[in-house]
Design a protein around this ligand. Structure first.
Ligand SMILES: [Zn+2]
Length: 112
């Protein structure tokens, strides 16, 4: 009987299953993912990297400003990405911005 070392693609937990065969769930009780053997979908990763969607925002120096355009097809449904990107930069890097809303874009001024 061969028991293979398994590694969860979601949380990185490694374990030796008690039974032979492919486990149904990750053995980490905080994870327990049934998709433990599949890497996270790319779209989920994309959502975490707002900074890369608007590189001009990430590279903004104090005193500079830039315009972040809403995705054309999402106007009306409320494209939240420019605002979310600003909030991400505030939270993650402690930067401060003034945001001036407009119809097609938001003007962002970095203040600190
Ligand atoms: Zn896991």
């Amino acid at each position: 009987m061969i028991i293979e070392l398994r590694e969860c693609q979601r949380c990185g937990h490694k374990w030796f299953p008690r039974k032979v065969g492919v486990p149904n769930n990750c053995a980490n009780k905080h994870c327990g993912s049934s998709a433990w053997d599949k890497p996270r979908p790319k779209s989920a990763e994309k959502k975490k990297t707002y900074g890369r969607i608007f590189p001009e925002l990430h590279e903004l120096n104090v005193g500079q400003s830039c315009n972040l355009y809403f995705c054309q097809k999402d106007i009306g449904d409320g494209d939240a990405r420019p605002i979310r990107a600003v909030n991400y930069e505030r939270k993650k890097y402690g930067k401060k911005f003034n945001v001036i809303p407009s119809i097609q874009f938001i003007k962002v001024i970095r203040t600190a």
